[in-house]
Design a protein around this ligand. Structure first.
Ligand SMILES: [Zn+2]
Length: 408
């Protein structure tokens, strides 16, 4: 579906329109071949420079506006969305937890909730290396054994496992977008398992009974469900990672996934959910607000979405005001890799979040990267007042986790 603005952009071929459209027609870049960004219109014919590929365009803002460096958050932070433990089967922590704690101390992060703690032996190892070695600094969640979801008796077995995970020290359950977008019945060509598939009901009920919150991430940015074409605002990101696109094939539509997720929220009213990435729809805070109004058992989290929140600062500020008891701080931080700069754990990452939440600075980068990685735009701070900051930074998380983590 094209918006009117996009149609207008096609009709009036302004410099701005040209720039926006250039994303689809890159020359000599890693992203593709074709026509490139045109040179400045003031150039004389005959002294043409070679075309500049969009991927190499790194404009520096000429705005002379306030730049506030927020080295440490005003209040201690619980980051409820991190992935700090190593993935399955590798026993050694990818980055030693002691190194992570040093960075946490530098930026005033009290606790990191490690969502992907695995299950069974992996979970035990994670909890020993992180949660027990650094009490109250790391809190780990367990995950379903997706590979066993096709086995007979899985539903009851998985629900049992949740009790064992809690006994082992897990603080909640993480549901990845594996559910709805990857997990298939009967092998790789089988049917995609729906988000509201009944076989997970006993597990989600067990989480409610055991007071384990469920951190859920289904779906992805709305643009990932649309064609990767000249009108896609995340064209560069999707071109660099074509496997992130959920357009076509047998993927459900974006709205279908959200509807199935909402049926899950409705089916398990006694289970507390944290809908990650601003309820999976940071581009549409009105819809997220409606979801929160409908399901009092749901909270949202900010991870990797300040690029969305910060480009609609007035709408975001109203959202934080209205839902101040339902929003948890999170970054989706991972300690290794460069693929997704908006998630790379480090002091820079936290300082951007703090600047967004605490200041009214204008037009700054939402990720520590030379080019904005999720889309070519900048963000604006929303300058939350102290009462809301305290809730978002740690009070809401303590309540949802049922843990006192920050010293009074
Ligand atoms: Zn994540």
């Amino acid at each position: 579906m094209r918006t009117r603005r996009q149609e207008e952009g096609r009709a009036t071929w302004t410099r701005r329109g040209l720039l926006a459209a250039a994303g689809t027609t890159l020359a000599g870049s890693a992203l593709g071949a074709g026509r490139a960004l045109a040179n400045d219109a003031t150039q004389q014919p005959g002294d043409r420079k070679p075309p500049l590929p969009l991927a190499e365009f790194e404009p520096k803002s000429m705005l002379h506006v306030a730049e506030t460096r927020v080295a440490r958050s005003r209040f201690p932070v619980i980051d409820v969305h991190t992935h700090v433990s190593p993935r399955r089967s590798s026993r050694r922590p990818a980055v030693p937890p002691a190194d992570i704690v040093r960075t946490m101390d530098a930026v005033n992060v009290r606790t990191m909730v490690n969502l992907t703690g695995g299950f069974g032996e992996d979970l035990a190892t994670t909890i020993a290396n992180f949660d027990r070695a650094f009490p109250r600094r790391f809190v780990s969640m367990t995950e379903p054994a997706w590979a066993r979801a096709g086995e007979k008796g899985y539903a009851a077995w998985q629900a049992e496992e949740i009790g064992k995970a809690k006994a082992a020290g897990a603080a909640g359950l993480k549901i990845l977008k594996t559910l709805g977008l990857y997990l298939r019945d009967g092998g790789p060509t089988g049917r995609l398992v729906r988000v509201d598939d009944a076989r997970f009901d006993p597990t989600l009920e067990a989480c409610g009974r055991l007071r384990l919150p469920v951190a859920i991430h289904v779906g992805d940015p709305e643009a990932f469900f649309l064609p990767t074409d000249r009108f896609n605002e995340r064209y560069e990101e999707l071109s660099a990672h074509p496997d992130w696109s959920f357009h076509g094939k047998d993927f459900p539509a974006f709205q279908e996934i959200l509807d199935a997720r909402d049926r899950v929220f409705a089916k398990h009213p006694k289970t507390t959910f944290i809908a990650l990435h601003v309820g999976h729809w940071a581009e549409n805070l009105e819809a997220v607000g409606r979801m929160l109004d409908t399901y009092p058992n749901v909270h949202v989290e900010l991870g990797a979405r300040i690029g969305e929140l910060g480009r609609q600062p007035r709408t975001s500020a109203r959202f934080f005001d209205k839902y101040q008891d339902r929003i948890l701080f999170g970054t989706d931080a991972i300690p290794l890799g460069k693929e997704t700069p908006q998630q790379v754990f480090g002091e820079d990452l936290y300082r951007i979040y703090y600047r967004f939440l605490e200041t009214e600075d204008e037009y700054f980068d939402y990720a520590p990267a030379p080019v904005p990685p999720q889309g070519r735009w900048q963000i604006y701070g929303i300058g939350l007042r102290e009462e809301i900051l305290r809730k978002v930074y740690y009070e809401n998380a303590e309540r949802v986790l049922g843990m006192k983590l920050v010293a009074a």
